[in-house]
Design a protein around this ligand. Structure first.
Ligand SMILES: [Zn+2]
Length: 177
């Protein structure tokens, strides 16, 4: 029963009782990606023209859609059918005020008793915590993940000229910052 609890107590309760284990989370990811819904699909950047070589992957943002900062405790509602999470504390604090209790990603009802914390995504956040330029990772059908760094999609290294050199220099500078 959450009725009598403050937002802090509610979060503590969810951290004690509402954690989805890494194994369950990984199985859930595989299930979602293998059901093949268009929203979850992105094509492999390398194989964009060859659909038969398409790799089933999904981008997972590490930012909370509410706070727009990096997620600290990744959470979702039990009705949610997506992999993406929001930050538990941001969500609970906001909804103690506005009392809407709807997932900011899919808009389904997500009351306090429906919330769970994802241990696997928590682990991904922990591992990438010092990598400030990593805003998202890519997860594949087997629930393995890799880092996705934002950068220009196309870098044409075959043509010559000052303009191209400038682009390459700016990319090098960016990566050194
Ligand atoms: Zn949702």
């Amino acid at each position: 029963m959450f009725d009598q609890l403050s937002w802090k107590e509610s979060i503590e309760k969810l951290l004690l009782e509402g954690i989805v284990s890494k194994e369950k989370s990984m199985a859930r990811i595989t299930k979602i990606l293998s059901t093949n819904t268009p929203n979850n699909r992105i094509q492999s950047e390398i194989n964009q023209d060859t659909l038969e070589l398409e790799v089933m992957e999904v981008e997972l943002p590490l930012k909370c859609p509410l706070s727009l900062t990096r997620i600290t405790i990744p959470a979702r509602g039990c009705n949610c059918e997506h992999i993406q999470c929001f930050d538990l504390q941001s969500y609970v604090m906001l909804n103690y005020k506005v009392k809407s209790w709807k997932c900011p990603i899919c808009n389904k009802n997500a009351g306090l008793k429906d919330l769970s914390v994802d241990e696997y995504i928590f682990e991904i956040l922990e591992i990438t915590t010092s990598m400030s330029d990593v805003e998202r990772v890519v997860i594949d059908l087997t629930a393995r993940w890799k880092i996705k760094i934002s950068k220009p999609n196309v870098i044409d290294l075959t043509s010559e000229g000052d303009k191209d050199c400038q682009i390459i220099h700016s990319i090098v500078n960016l990566s050194l910052e």
